[in-house]
Design a protein around this ligand. Structure first.
Ligand SMILES: [Zn+2]
Length: 78
């Protein structure tokens, strides 16, 4: 019993958190469809509504929508 109590707290002190710019990669950003098509051909990065520049990747549907992009998009469609 004593041994278990000593082992468990140690493993709990390492939360699985990503740092820095990586966090933004976990969102699906809004980009003009034309630009995505272009990027797929040229491999050039695109600029999202929130200002993020990146190369769109395969499966944005598995990420939550970027809150900044969503805000800009809603402003645009008012
Ligand atoms: Zn965004």
């Amino acid at each position: 019993m004593d041994i278990l109590n000593k082992v468990l707290p140690d493993s709990e002190t390492k939360p699985d958190i990503s740092h820095g710019d990586g966090d933004r990669e976990r969102f699906a950003h809004y980009v003009q469809k034309d630009k995505i098509t272009e990027s797929a051909v040229t491999g050039n990065p695109v600029i999202a509504l929130c200002g993020k520049v990146w190369v769109p990747n395969r499966d944005p549907k598995k990420f939550p929508v970027c809150p900044e992009c969503k805000k800009v998009y809603e402003e645009m469609t008012k």
